[in-house]
Design a protein around this ligand. Structure first.
Ligand code: HPA
Ligand code: ZN
Length: 326
């Protein structure tokens, strides 16, 4: 069996996927036309050509511009269904989708419109592909904690439809400590907690995410490697890291995939998973992330199996739901 077939056949969960980051330029243009939205690019080709990033912020500027094409419930439904079709083709059996409500509500799109469309796709994906899923609301960390509280207020009537909260957007200068009160409230509501930390930000942000936000997983976390005591702690506590290798290359966190520290983290005993982050922008869905990383870092099939199994174990599904995959 070739490596690509082997990877596809591994049952796996995707735990770090921004649904807005799965908006392919073709769909972006189709939706923009349907909705009468003007995009900053002249064509699909020009859009793809603009995807040359120097850091996280240079990506985020385009990512938020592209998300402007999403207006109606049907748009969010179609976006997520397109993602589930791709994920199914890559052997994903469970997906935990991040969504950024503040990106939409600040443009006048209702919170419920976003949630209704995404949830309808999640329900349909279960029937059509047998994929289970969860929705994780991410707060934009470049906004204030008060703005986060306002968003949480909009989410509270729908809290049973949301499984967790996360923290994304511009990391540097926006440490987890900025959101300590907001996440305390989210924990009181019984939500699962994750946060992006140690993508561009220092290892101290990972420590803050653990101690102040009390995260159950770290999104990215690759800069943990700079702090041996932190690595030791993450190994001891088996805190999962949702690593996104192709994203890290596109955003210049590492110069090339050969330089990526995923194998170093795995060898140290960390609970590493592989994910796609924003596949429409970074040039690969989860299968491509597995394959390119396996080839660049010479990962064995046993290591790939371990990584896929880590993703199932790190997911927010109960033991009964997880058992058939393990
Ligand atoms: N990092 C931070 N915020 C994001 C990302 C990311 O990789 N993708 C979408 N929002
Ligand atoms: Zn991310």
């Amino acid at each position: 069996m070739d490596l690509e077939t082997y990877i596809r056949a591994l049952p796996k969960a995707e735990l770090h996927l921004h649904i807005e980051g799965s908006l392919e330029p073709e769909m972006m243009f189709a939706l923009a036309q349907r909705n009468g939205v003007t995009l900053p690019w002249s064509s699909v080709e020009a859009t793809r050509a603009a995807y040359a990033f120097s850091d996280l912020q240079s990506f985020l500027d385009l990512y938020y511009a592209g998300a402007a094409a999403l207006i109606h419930e049907q748009d969010f439904y179609e976006l997520a269904m397109a993602y589930f079709a791709r994920a199914h083709a890559d052997g994903v059996v469970h997906a935990e989708l991040f969504f950024d409500p503040q990106t939409h509500t600040e443009r006048g799109v209702a919170f419920q419109t976003v949630l209704d469309g995404l949830e309808r796709a999640c329900d349909e994906a279960r029937v059509q592909y047998g994929i289970s899923s969860r929705l994780i609301l991410c707060f934009l960390r470049h906004l204030s904690e008060d703005e986060g509280f306002a968003t949480l207020e909009q989410a509270v009537p729908h809290v049973s439809r949301i499984h967790g909260v996360g923290l994304d957007s511009s990391e540097k200068g926006h440490p987890p400590s900025k959101f300590a009160r907001l996440f305390a409230r989210c924990r009181e509501l019984g939500l699962h907690i994750v946060a992006h930390a140690g993508e561009e930000g220092p290892p101290a942000y990972i420590v803050e995410a653990l101690d102040l936000l009390k995260v159950e997983r770290i999104d990215h976390g690759v800069r943990a490697a700079e702090d041996p005591a932190l690595v030791e702690r993450l190994v001891r506590e088996q805190t999962p890291l949702t690593v996104c290798p192709l994203s890290n290359i596109k955003l210049c966190v590492f110069p090339t995939l050969q330089d990526h520290n995923l194998k170093q983290l795995l060898d140290a005993g960390l609970k590493v998973t592989i994910n796609s982050d924003d596949p429409a922008y970074f040039g690969g869905y989860i299968g491509q992330n597995f394959l390119a990383t396996a080839e660049a870092l010479h990962l064995s099939r046993a290591e790939l199996k371990r990584i896929a199994r880590n993703s199932l174990e790190a997911s927010f599904v109960g033991d009964a739901e997880r058992t058939p995959w393990l």
